[in-house]
Design a protein around this ligand. Structure first.
Ligand SMILES: NC(=O)c1ccc[n+]([C@@H]2O[C@H](COP(=O)([O-])OP(=O)(O)OC[C@H]3O[C@@H](n4cnc5c(N)ncnc54)[C@H](O)[C@@H]3O)[C@@H](O)[C@H]2O)c1
Length: 282
């Protein structure tokens, strides 16, 4: 990132859906600190809504309380926006009716409204669970790219594969610039051994989304959202081509999981998606 935190710029406004959530909180504060004017859309305003800069201070975000499945709300939120970061959704396995409503209909509303509002670029929060049923052992010597067929491990993963396909359609049909980010484990620290592979540090997440928001000549891309983890199975090249230079890696946490027994039949060991392959709705 060439910009320094807090630096002023003439950036276009960025709209973040699902901005009150875990990923949204990382990106709305991190992108605002890089000078992006941020508008947030969520079902709720979080307690820390003003933390980016304080009321009236550059870096503070505007908030729209609304549902991404509500067409007029989403369309209105797109006014004067240059980039949409679409995060709003259910981030794990759920009943199909809920997935259909929020992840499938909601994502349709966001892509469609972006085109109708003339927003040029959408960055879509996909997930590594679109490829969760690949076996880990197949990628011991080579990375998994982004052109292989999807193998979702949940209905949640299926909904994200739908979002990737929807983005492809809106790109081909309407010229929308789209990047789908297959986000890994976006947490302060890896919580399991499997997350040593998929960890995506909060700072690297801001780096990647900033790179995608500013990349020249973006067409349609799928990239993996992971840090520079030595055990990563995800191909880093699609992100690197677009200017993403991760600066964190999970090796500093590896000692926490060293010496733990490894059962090759454990889904956490066997599949890229780990225990999502056995997940059921709460
Ligand atoms: N956290 C991760 O490591 C991770 C990994 C892969 C993908 N993702 C994706 O990133 C996105 C954000 O994940 P998260 O972990 O921050 O989840 P989260 O549950 O913390 O946040 C989701 C946010 O979306 C909002 N939301 C839900 N339904 C909505 C609706 N109908 N209209 C408006 N807002 C709505 C919620 O209020 C919440 O603030 C999700 O799409 C998820 O699938 C996250």
């Amino acid at each position: 990132m060439s910009e320094k935190p807090g630096e002023q710029s003439n950036r276009q406004r960025i709209l973040i859906t699902g901005a009150a959530g875990g990923v949204g909180t990382i990106l709305r504060t991190g992108l605002a600190a890089l000078g992006w004017p941020v508008r947030c859309l969520d079902l709720r305003i979080p307690d820390d809504a003003g933390d980016a800069g304080g009321p009236g201070v550059p870096g503070d975000a505007e908030w729209v309380v609304g549902d991404v499945t509500d067409e007029p709300t989403v369309l209105a939120a797109m006014a004067d926006v240059g980039v949409v970061v679409h995060l709003a959704g259910i981030p794990k396995e759920d009943h199909f009716a809920a997935i259909l409503h929020t992840n499938i209909d909601g994502t349709y509303q966001v892509f469609d409204a972006a085109v109708r509002a003339g927003v040029p670029r959408v960055l879509y929060a996909s997930t590594n669970h679109v490829v969760g049923y690949y076996q880990r052992s197949a990628f011991a010597d080579r990375p998994l790219g982004t052109v292989e067929r999807t193998r979702p491990d949940t209905l949640y993963g299926v909904s994200k594969a739908f979002g990737e396909a929807l983005g492809s359609y809106y790109h081909d049909r309407h010229g929308l610039q789209v990047a789908c980010v297959r986000i890994g484990a976006l947490l302060p620290e890896p919580r399991t051994r499997r997350m040593l592979d998929t960890w995506f540090s909060p700072a690297d997440a801001v780096r990647l989304f900033h790179a995608l928001a500013t990349a020249p000549n973006l067409g349609y891309e799928i990239v993996y959202g992971v840090s520079a983890n030595p055990t990563a199975w995800a191909d880093p090249e699609p992100g690197r081509r677009l200017g993403y230079v991760p600066q964190d890696d999970s090796s500093v946490f590896a000692h926490r999981f060293a010496g733990l027994p490894v059962d090759p039949d454990d889904p956490e060991v066997r599949y890229l998606g780990g225990d999502f392959t056995t997940a059921t709705p709460d």
